[in-house]
Unconditional design. Structure first.
Length: 645
């Protein structure tokens, strides 16, 4: 007989933290907390294997499951001294999902089950609802975004209810052992007195900071402090915990490794290594490489005088500038038009996931730093300001009111997820500086890695940033990006419209000094490291406007390709119009020779793009070699260079 349920409670547990794939994150955490002697309401977990069986057999439960569930109910009844479905003081239970990866709000939960007619039938319908929610639209979308496999399935956790809504000595909260936004080592979270847990995460009421429990329920706060320290030492990672206080008694409902921003991930990893909790190798593995991208997010220029219209909670850091939209659907529509958007909602729910994914930032009028909006935004690396209560949002009129001003769909706003500030204008942003902890982590990575890393960089600014981040050269410098600048695209358009070689050369002569200076500045920034420069690659119609000037529009239409990856682009441009590549190679080599004369090392690598035939590379290599020789002979400088594809 397959074992489909694992019980926990009263200091005992059949499962453990190591069984996350079978018990899901929530079930494994509950079992482990029981084993640590923490106060956990008794219950049992139905395994992910049962969920997979359910889908493999046309949504039919395994035949062994019923007897095991009844035994699990008996286990809870014995510990709680209550009867499920009993007439007096009946046992009430919760039925919750719990995949091995955190999927906040994406699946169903049923609470307070056990008193209407036929509670056992309700229990089976609740279990069915949890399993079916694994394949719900919002869960599938979340899995797609976060690359969570379908065959992981969800576990189902059935647990005795405890109540945070029984007066002023009851409450519920969510807390982190460290700040999930900054990584600062301090107990961090929120709670509501006389409330159930759903009210905290749903954003219906704006909660209080967890430290306030010191004043209202000091005994519970002291116990909670001991528990969070014990859990962090045990798991050796920052924990995200849910708790309920029922009439002065503390109960732990969940612990899991907490979601965190990229900035927090770096700080927590480095701090924990210094504290002796983990070693350097483990510290490196603790930081999701994708989360480091969040550190590249812009921030509002600190020198700027900004007019703050409202202030909410700093829920996910960085600055976002965009046009206001009020629904997830509108966010997608605007984003498809290449418009940056800020999704403004009273509170977000799981149905908003697709809009949150495309938005630059999220702004809510309700909810706290552990609300759905905040948790999902942090996981996606999106900017979020939550609980901005002064906003009067009317999604039907597609507007919000703040300080007597009306902000409508399409209006520009700026939000700062690091400070919680909201500005009713489009503000300029700047790139952030990298922390000492970031540099430390990268140094540890350098001690461990075997691969060398180059950057994509097309401007001196990009090259400088690449060096700051430790790149050991440029692997791709796309020269077409240099032509799109406003002061150059006109000359490019002249060249494309030219009817003769001489006319093309006159237009290219206007661009050549700009190219030479670009390459010179990039080489300077890279200080002798290799720079791979790709000669002009895109089809020429991309440089021409799609409306307006009739001559340009006609030329653009004539140059368009059926398959834009083939045809008249890349090395074929250089063969038909060799003067383009001659100008570029000459600019590269002149810049290299000038710097060599100044005693600055350079290592250019000239890339001939989109080669399909041996004849293409041999013909263009000969052209490039000839230009390189001429420039070196003229300047009297010798430069090491490579030509390839």
């Amino acid at each position: 007989m397959t074992k489909y349920i694992y019980t926990f409670g009263d200091g005992q547990a059949e499962g453990s933290a190591a069984m996350k794939s079978l018990l899901g994150g929530k079930g494994a955490g509950l079992a482990e907390m029981c084993k640590l002697g923490l106060p956990v309401p008794p219950g049992f977990t139905i395994t992910t294997e049962a969920c997979n069986y359910f889908y493999e057999h046309d949504q039919v439960f395994p035949k062994d499951l019923e007897a095991q569930v009844l035994a699990g109910l008996k286990h809870i009844e014995t510990i709680m001294g209550q009867k499920f479905g009993g007439e007096k003081n009946p046992l009430l239970i919760s039925v919750r999902s719990g995949a091995r990866a955190s999927m906040p709000g994406m699946m169903d939960t049923v609470l307070n089950l056990g008193v209407p007619p036929d509670p056992r039938k309700q229990l089976w319908e609740a279990i069915r609802a949890v399993f079916q929610s694994w394949m719900g639209k919002r869960a599938q979308e979340y899995r797609r975004i976060h690359r969570i496999p379908r065959d992981w399935g969800t576990a189902c956790n059935i647990q005795a209810m405890v109540f945070g809504n029984r007066g002023e000595t009851s409450g519920t909260g969510v807390a982190f052992t460290r700040d999930p936004s900054t990584g600062e080592k301090k107990f961090f979270g929120e709670y509501l007195i006389n409330a159930q847990g759903e009210e905290v995460v749903a954003g219906i009421r704006t909660p209080e900071p967890v430290e306030k429990l010191k004043q209202t329920l000091p005994g519970c706060y002291a116990e909670l402090e001991k528990i969070y320290q014990k859990l962090e030492r045990h798991y050796k990672d920052m924990q995200d915990m849910e708790f309920t206080i029922q009439e002065g008694k503390l109960w732990m409902l969940q612990t899991r490794n907490g979601k965190r921003t990229g900035r927090a991930a770096v700080k927590i990893a480095v701090d924990m290594e210094r504290e002796g909790l983990i070693d350097k190798r483990e510290a490196l593995l603790r930081v999701d490489p994708k989360s480091l991208d969040q550190l590249l997010h812009p921030m509002i220029d600190p020198k700027l005088k900004k007019k703050v219209a409202a202030k909410g909670l700093a829920a996910s850091p960085g600055a976002a500038v965009g046009r206001v939209v009020f629904t997830a659907e509108e966010a997608v529509i605007w984003a498809q038009k290449k418009e940056p958007v800020i999704l403004v909602r009273q509170e977000t729910s799981a149905e908003d996931i697709h809009g949150m994914f495309v938005a630059k930032g999220i702004l809510t009028s309700r909810g706290g730093i552990t609300s759905h909006a905040a948790v999902v935004a942090r996981g996606m690396g999106k900017v979020c300001v939550a609980g901005c209560e002064v906003l009067q949002i009317d999604p039907h009129k597609k507007q919000f009111l703040v300080g007597g001003k009306v902000v409508r769909e399409g209006d520009w706003i700026t939000i700062d997820g690091s400070t919680g500030e909201v500005m009713l204008e489009k503000l300029p942003t700047v790139e952030p500086a990298f922390s000492e902890d970031f540099q430390t982590l990268m140094a540890w990575a350098d001690q461990t890695r075997k691969l060398k890393v180059r950057a994509n960089a097309d401007t001196p600014k990009d090259a400088e940033l690449a060096r700051e981040l430790g790149a050991e050269g440029i692997g791709l410098c796309r020269t077409e990006h240099m032509f799109f600048a406003q002061d150059r695209v006109t000359a490019m358009q002249e060249m494309i419209l030219a009817e003769t070689t001489e006319a093309r050369k006159r237009s290219l002569a206007k661009i050549a000094p700009m190219q030479r200076n670009d390459f010179k500045e990039i080489f300077k920034k890279m200080r002798g490291l290799p720079v791979t420069i790709r000669l002009l690659d895109p089809p020429l119609h991309e440089f021409l406007p799609q409306e307006g000037d009739e001559k340009m529009m006609a030329k653009a239409e004539a140059l368009k390709e059926v398959n834009p990856m083939l045809g008249f682009r890349g090395c074929r441009l250089g063969i038909v119009y060799p003067e383009i590549y001659e100008m570029q190679v000459q600019a590269v080599m002149e810049a290299a020779c000038e710097l060599t004369k100044e005693g600055i090392g350079v290592l250019p690598e000239i890339e001939i793009p989109l080669v399909g035939l041996a004849g293409e590379i041999s013909k263009l290599r000969e052209l490039c070699e000839d230009v390189c020789r001429r420039v070196m002979q003229k300047t009297g400088q010798k430069v090491d260079y490579k030509i390839g594809t």
